[in-house]
Design a protein around this ligand. Structure first.
Ligand SMILES: CC(C)(COP(=O)(O)OP(=O)(O)OC[C@H]1O[C@@H](n2cnc3c(N)ncnc32)[C@H](O)[C@@H]1OP(=O)(O)O)[C@@H](O)C(=O)NCCC(=O)NCCS
Length: 167
């Protein structure tokens, strides 16, 4: 996609990543986090992800503005799950809806393959995440289940859908 560069995350990206994520923490049910994150938390998360050899990519505009990020985290600390990850993808609101998500997710999945991973699981809120569900299905994820009323945010019970991609 022209005008979008993809690369591994750097420490200098973490403040912009915090701002993108906190927007959705405050305003939406696409994340079940209710407390805003800080740069120290993101630095620790980045260190864990990089130490495990898992992908953490960012998309930036041709003038260096951070458009979004995609990352993988272990699905479970139990060792037999070592080739399975949960993914997460967030774009700045102004960057959504014009193909950046698909470009970023496809590059992220290629990086997952290169890292020797086998299964990627997306845990997506049933409420307000239609774009995410559409995006994941578009790149090949298939429905793998549904959990009802496992969260509560803004006073509402919320479920999640599970989508899975076999690499
Ligand atoms: C979810 C997100 C990453 C998708 O990225 P995006 O750049 O907006 O999506 P794209 O423009 O690449 O669209 C991908 C596909 O989803 C479809 N889509 C996009 N928004 C949609 C919507 N609101 N409803 C239905 N389908 C939608 C597109 O038509 C496209 O399908 P196509 O290729 O068949 O035309 C982005 O919108 C985002 O960051 N949203 C807020 C945070 C979030 O929900 N993160 C995921 C948490 S699980």
């Amino acid at each position: 996609m022209s005008g979008v560069r993809l690369r591994a995350v750097q420490d200098a990206d973490l403040a912009a990543i915090r701002d993108i994520y906190n927007h959705y923490v405050r305003t939406s049910t696409v994340t079940f986090d209710e407390v805003e994150s800080d740069v120290d938390g993101w630095a620790a998360k980045k260190e864990r992800i990089v130490a495990l050899g898992l992908p953490f990519l960012v998309a930036e505009s041709d003038v260096g503005e951070l458009l979004g990020y995609a990352l993988a985290q272990p699905w479970s600390p139990k060792s037999a799950y070592r080739f399975t990850v949960e993914n997460s993808i967030y774009l700045a609101p102004a960057a959504a809806g014009r193909g950046v998500g698909r470009t970023l997710l496809e590059a992220f999945l290629a990086a997952c393959r290169d890292a020797g991973l086998r299964q990627v699981i997306a845990v997506i809120s049933e409420e307000g995440a239609d774009a995410s569900i559409a995006l994941h299905r578009r790149v090949g994820f298939v429905d793998a289940g549904r959990l009802t009323a496992v969260g509560e945010k803004f006073g509402r019970d919320l479920g999640v859908v599970l989508l899975q991609l076999s690499l």
